[in-house]
Design a binder for this molecule. Structure first.
Ligand SMILES: [Zn+2]
Length: 261
């Protein structure tokens, strides 16, 4: 695991020195293109995908359709966020690879402020940095220190497409930056120092192994369901054929008896 973190460690080092605004703009290249209707399709209830699901590293497309479907997706994301005791959630974490995040630092429905940000871009990070222990819904049970700028100034759109320019600080800035990273395919351990990554190395390995086994189990389950389905279909066809054969024999016997009578 640690060996696989070469590129990610360089990102951690970049996080330590603070990333200049221009570099963050360059990161916007990661956003491939505009989303289509199919990219925003989802089926409630949403489930949070866990590391190392590749959807967490996939590209997230810009949103250019601000309709009821988008608002429903944001509502569903808040629902799953509250149910899983989160305070922020990005669309890729529920398997939808688009530039959307929701958060509420209060973490309780009906309290605090629910914030929906679409296509966010950071145009300024504060020079002042702080360490804070972060968790992530895609890494259940893993908490570790991450160094980030204290405040950020951002441009974004709300769920209706209206443009927003806002400065975030304290916990809001922290949650925003964590979710913003998700939208660039960056995970919180990419931002940790080598020592911190080492301290959660075993937990990451366990999660990785569990997910690999879980995926294998799901594939076996799909195979068994297909096999049972095909087996049932064959039995049904044979039963129908047997009925037809029996019916024909019955007809022949009946005709012969009729002739002899
Ligand atoms: Zn996260």
């Amino acid at each position: 695991m640690v060996h696989a973190l070469g590129k990610e460690q360089s990102q951690a080092v970049r996080a330590l020195i603070g990333r200049p605004c221009k570099e963050e703009k360059d990161d916007a290249d990661y956003i491939s293109d505009n989303s289509r209707t199919a990219d925003l399709r989802f089926e409630p209830p949403l489930k949070v995908v866990q590391y190392p699901d590749p959807v967490l590293r996939a590209r997230n497309k810009r949103i250019n359709t601000f309709d009821d479907n988008l608002r429903s997706l944001a509502d569903e994301m808040f629902d799953v966020m509250y149910k899983t005791d989160g305070i922020g959630l990005s669309a890729p974490q529920v398997g939808v690879n688009v530039q959307l995040m929701v958060f509420n630092p209060a973490g309780v429905k009906g309290e605090g402020e629910e914030i929906v940000l679409v296509n966010p871009v950071v145009y300024k990070f504060s020079k002042r940095l702080s360490v804070y222990e972060e968790g992530c819904l895609s890494f259940p049970g893993i908490y570790a220190n991450v160094l980030r700028p204290d405040t950020v100034k951002i441009d974004a759109q709300d769920a209706s497409g209206a443009k927003i320019k806002v400065k975030l600080s304290e916990l809001s800035a922290r949650v925003f930056q964590h979710e913003f990273d998700h939208l660039q395919g960056i995970l919180f351990f990419d931002r940790m120092t080598m020592d911190v990554v080492e301290s959660i190395h075993e937990q990451l390995k366990v999660l990785q192994t569990f997910q690999v086994h879980h995926q294998a189990e799901l594939q076996i389950q799909v195979f068994v369901e297909l096999f049972v389905g095909a087996y049932t279909a064959v039995i049904l066809v044979l039963a129908v054929l047997l009925c037809l054969v029996m019916y024909n024999i019955n007809q022949i016997v009946h005709r012969n008896f009729t002739i002899y009578e």
